[in-house]
Design a binder for this molecule. Sequence first.
Ligand code: NAD
Ligand code: ZN
Ligand code: ZN
Length: 385
Amino acid sequence: MLAMNYRGPYRVRPDFNKPYPELLHPGDAIVRVTRSCICGSDLHLYHGLVPDTRVGMTFGHEFTGVVEAVGSEVQRLKPGDHVLVPFNIACGVCPFCTQGLFGNCHESNPEATAVGGIFGYSHTAGGYDGGQAEYVRVPYADIGPEIIPAGMDPDDAVLLTDVFPTGYQAAEMGGIRKGDTVVVFGAGPVGIMAAKSAWLFGAGRVIVIDHLEYRLDFVRTYAQCEAYNFRSLGDPVLFIKKTTDYFGADVCIDAVGCEAAGSAMQTITGRKMLLQAGSATALHWAINSVKKGGIVSIVGVYGPTGNLIPIGNVVNKGITIRANQASVKRLLPKLIDHVMSGRVKPSDIITHRIPLEEVADAYQIFSSKLDGCIKPVLIPPSANA
Ligand SMILES: NC(=O)c1ccc[n+]([C@@H]2O[C@H](COP(=O)([O-])OP(=O)(O)OC[C@H]3O[C@@H](n4cnc5c(N)ncnc54)[C@H](O)[C@@H]3O)[C@@H](O)[C@H]2O)c1
Ligand SMILES: [Zn+2]
Ligand SMILES: [Zn+2]
C-alpha cells in the first residue's frame, strides 16, 4: 500500500510498497483511510526534534476512514463504519483513562511514564504507525474511534481528531471566566481553534499573537478577535501589559510549542545547539504577560528534556500552569454538538488538499508556511476505494 515514509530530518517520501497492517490483537481494527492531516506536531518530528523518531516510520495522527476489519473482541465497530479516530491511543480502563485523561493512558505505550500512545508519533509515543497511509491499525478499537454522525462534513470530522479538541482544551484549561482577557500565542490551526473556543467559555477579549500576517488575517475574521504581529509590536509582553492597564492578561495560552520564533537566544540554544528541548519563547511571553494569579495553559508540545523558562516569575506571580495532550475522547460529545449545531466550523481552516503521493511537497509547504498554508489534508488513493 501507499504510506508516508520518514527518511530523516526534513526528508519524507511516499512508500508505494509498505506492507498492509494486520490485526495483531483481538481488540484491533484496520481502518481504510479517507483523510489524514499534517499537524504542527508532525513538524517537530519532521524537523528531527522528537527523540527516537525512527527512519521508516509512517506519521499521521489525525485521520478518518472506513473500518475494514475488526478483531474478535471488538463490539462497537463493524466493517463499513465511517469513523474519526482520536490521536491518543487509549486503553479506556487504566487509572488515567478512567479519569478521562485519555492522553495519559498508562497501557498504550511502553514509555507510559513519559507520554501516552499516539499514532505515528515516534517510539517515544509508542512506535505506532500513523494514518498518513492507505490503511492503519487502530488498537483498542472499542475505545477511541467515533462513528461519524450522519450529516457531518467529513472535513469537520477529521479536525475533531485533534485540532478542535486541542484548541478547546487549551481554552478549558485556562479556566476562563466571564469577561476575561485571553491571549493566545500562535495562529496555527491549534491557536486558531483555541481563540475560537475562548469565546465559548465566556472570554470578554481575545488577542492572538503570531508573525505570519496571512494567519493573523485569517484568525481575525474566523475567530473575530484582535490579532497582532509580534515583529511589529516590539516587546509583546510590554504590549500586553499596556493594553490591560498593566495588570496582564487573565489567561495566556501557548499554542506554539518548542519551535517558537522571536528570540535569538532561545532559537540558538534550543533549535541550533540543542542545549534545551527547543525554543520556549512563546511560553516565556505567556508567563511574563499573564497577570498575577493568572493561568497559563500550555498545549504547544515540548520535548521530555528541559527548557529554560522563567520559573521564578511563575512563583512570584502566583501563576497556575496547566498543560496536557488533549483528551480527545472526553471532549468529543460536546464538540460534535458544537459542529452539528453549526456554532463551530473547523473545516474552514483547511487550505490545502494534497494527494498522499505528493506527501514530500505537502510537508515542505506546511513546514515553510508557503502558499498561505494553514491546514493541509492528505488524500490517499484509498479514499476513493
Ligand atoms: N497538546 C496537544 O494535544 C497538541 C495537539 C496538537 C498540536 N499540539 C502542538 O500545538 C502547537 C501548534 O500546532 P499547530 O498545528 O497550530 O502548528 P503550526 O506550526 O501550524 O503553528 C504554530 C504557529 O506559531 C507561530 N509562532 C512561532 N513563534 C511564535 C511566537 N514566539 N509567538 C507566537 N506565535 C509564534 C508560527 O508562526 C505558527 O503560525 C505545536 O507545538 C503542536 O505540536 C499539541
Ligand atoms: Zn495533531
Ligand atoms: Zn488507559
